[in-house]
Design a protein around this ligand. Structure first.
Ligand SMILES: Cc1cc2ncn([C@H]3O[C@H](COP(=O)(O)O)[C@@H](O)[C@H]3O)c2cc1C
Ligand SMILES: O=C(O)c1cccnc1
Length: 352
């Protein structure tokens, strides 16, 4: 479906040599060093640079949100999309500060907005089915969502972007994401389910119970260590996913296919990253994990992907905020690689 080239590691020795011969003790730039290696692999080892960084915020509603799993009602999804378009949300502030292009994608909010600059309508429906009662969507909607996201990313690639960051807005989407995580990993639901927007203990117990029902309904209960065939990510998406989760997954796969970097935000975006990697393992090489969210489950999810997040700020917002904040670090990795003098160039006695 997506044709993602396996990233070549043939130039690694040369790239690492260049990093090691910068005027610093070996390894002293910490996590920025493997990040520079990744940038050089993806963008080319001569002068990797981030061009037209683009933040895509995918919005959709969730049927399960009507069943007491969030502090907010579904109406807040549409209200926040309004806020994004008016420039007043956290993600707007950070995108302005950091020089991101920002686009908001309506993947299926309950109350569609009139055409507005900055808003792209790629609606797969008007909210998903409540996953503890029925499938979230049909397989055809999953296929359509992946295709729409692919065309969207192609457009940004043509406009000159070589890095996309992904964020989301959708009341109830930590429920859907936790269910997908449990289905894909086989981890106990209690390890995957968190407080999302900040629900209390009673609502958390209800959220866990509903998600246990959802997994049982769709045959995705944890196997308690028993061997089970790897679940089909497309089926899991249809049964338990969300319209924004589908399109984020498609956008990540499309970006990798086009040789773009993918900057991954928090819990929900990382669930899409896991889906993308399960659909095509080559996608992993293009992903940068921005931060570790406060949401329960995110640490284990990152571990499942072998990811070391750049930041740990206690964020639990979504919208792409963590991904936005990590951009300067990505740029710093490219800049040290491109601009720092080597021992030879600076006349500093080499320590390697
Ligand atoms: C005002 C407001 C702004 C937000 N921006 C992101 N989210 C975040 O919270 C939601 C997920 O949490 P849950 O599963 O508990 O509903 C998503 O919309 C996510 O992006 C927000 C939530 C609220 C209330
Ligand atoms: O980690 C996230 O992305 C997150 C956490 C809580 C609520 N919304 C998003």
């Amino acid at each position: 479906m997506f044709n993602i080239p396996a990233l070549s590691h043939a130039g690694d020795a040369e790239i690492q040599h260049r990093i090691d011969h910068k005027t610093k003790p070996p390894g002293a730039l910490g996590e920025l060093e493997p990040l520079a290696l990744q940038l050089a692999r993806v963008l080319g080892k001569e002068a990797p640079a981030i061009r037209r960084p683009t933040m895509l915020v995918f919005a959709a509603d969730h049927g399960i949100a009507a069943h007491g799993v969030s502090i907010a009602p579904s109406a807040v999804t549409t209200q926040m999309v309004h806020n994004f378009l008016g420039g007043g949300a956290a993600i707007n502030v950070f995108c302005r500060q950091l020089g991101y292009e920002l686009e908001v994608i309506d993947c299926g909010i309950l109350e569609p907005l009139p055409p507005t600059p900055g808003l792209v309508a790629q609606r797969l429906g008007a909210g998903t089915g409540a996953i503890h009662l029925e499938a979230a969507m049909t397989q055809a909607q999953v296929t359509q969502g992946l295709a729409l996201a692919r065309a969207l990313v192609a457009r940004h690639h043509e406009a000159g972007a070589n890095l996309i960051a992904l964020g989301e807005m959708g009341i109830g989407n930590t429920s859907s994401a936790a269910a997908v995580m449990a289905a894909l990993t086989g981890l106990p639901l209690t390890d995957c389910v968190g407080r999302g927007t900040g629900i209390d203990d009673a609502a958390l117990a209800n959220k866990r119970a509903l998600l246990a029902r959802a997994l049982a309904l769709h045959g995705d209960e944890p196997t308690s260590g028993q061997a089970q065939a790897r679940p089909d990510p497309l089926r899991v998406l249809a049964c338990l996913g969300g319209f924004e989760i589908v399109q984020m997954t498609g956008a990540m796969l499309a970006a990798a296919e086009l040789g773009m970097l993918v900057l991954v935000d928090g819990f929900i975006a990382t669930v899409s990253a896991l889906l993308a990697v399960r659909l095509n393992a080559n996608a992993r090489d293009y992903m940068i994990f921005a931060h570790e969210s406060e949401e329960r489950g995110h640490k284990l999810l990152l571990a499942e992907l072998g990811a070391r997040p750049l930041l740990s700020l206690g964020l639990r917002l979504g919208e792409g905020t963590g991904a936005a904040l990590a951009l300067p670090l990505v740029q710093a990795a490219a800049n040290f690689y491109n601009q720092m003098a080597s021992f030879d160039e600076a006349g500093v006695t080499s320590v390697v």
